[in-house]
Design a protein around this ligand. Sequence first.
Ligand SMILES: NC(=O)c1ccc[n+]([C@@H]2O[C@H](COP(=O)([O-])OP(=O)(O)OC[C@H]3O[C@@H](n4cnc5c(N)ncnc54)[C@H](O)[C@@H]3O)[C@@H](O)[C@H]2O)c1
Length: 262
Amino acid sequence: MDSILDLKGRIGLVTGAGQGVGRQVALHLAANNAGGVVVNDFYAERAEAVAEEVRRLGAEALAVVSDVTNYESVQEMVRQAESKFGRVDILVNNAGNAGPTQGLSGIKPFWETGPDDWAHWLGTNLYGVLNGTRAVVGGMMQRRYGRIVTVISDAGRVGEPHLAVYSGAKAGAAGFMRGLAKAVGRSGVTANCVALAGINTPGVAGMIPNDEALKKMLRSYVMGRLGEPDDAANMILFLASDAASWITGQTYPVNGGYSVSV
Ligand SMILES: NC(=O)c1ccc[n+]([C@@H]2O[C@H](COP(=O)([O-])OP(=O)(O)OC[C@H]3O[C@@H](n4cnc5c(N)ncnc54)[C@H](O)[C@@H]3O)[C@@H](O)[C@H]2O)c1
């Protein structure tokens, strides 16, 4: 029997794929018979390096530098993708955290912040998802096939006190996916979210300065460890495959038991 995860030559575009979860998603797509993978990042050298890893797995790759917060730049990225591969079948809206230039340290309480502090959270985690989706969904509907997977956070489901704006941006992205799913389902396009808790990536490494901090953090995790990019990419690959063709408008936690729900 063929693998239920076989992507049958479909074309994937992964935002923020230069490291962490997005990199692993690009590699998972390549390893599961994607016809091509568009590797997006804000940083050229990261995108190029991952595109090279994709090629080493035997799939075609296109590295594209684009800031997903910029509507025009995302439109241009999709034009480049279509000119190389003809179409985009799978979009993974993965770029997130604090955006490309802000770290996750030194975050102030909400009541000490203003619009300038909110912009980078909303820009990448909410507008980035709108921009990416807007650029590909029309073509998907015309071709009557599409998979959109948006990476959110358990912060958007259960709230994180020190990441209130991020929590709101991720919840907004999930609400958008739910509405979109209802609008595009009859055109053969699915739209889902994967909600992650702590995953061991370069982006969050700075939040865990030492073993003591890690031990404290892990008290909240039923499985007693942080997630690895593979843990996230496994679920994203499933939702991107034909195996998930009757699943839409949903949010799936991949969180080591950080939060549980019915
Ligand atoms: N790692 C975690 O613990 C965790 C937990 C919950 C949710 N998430 C979510 O998972 C996703 C991946 O997280 P990660 O930790 O692997 O990320 P990361 O920070 O390690 O890497 C993200 C990559 O995306 C790129 N990027 C960021 N903003 C961009 C933009 N505006 N345009 C283009 N590229 C951009 C960065 O340059 C970087 O290479 C994000 O959406 C994040 O919010 C992560």
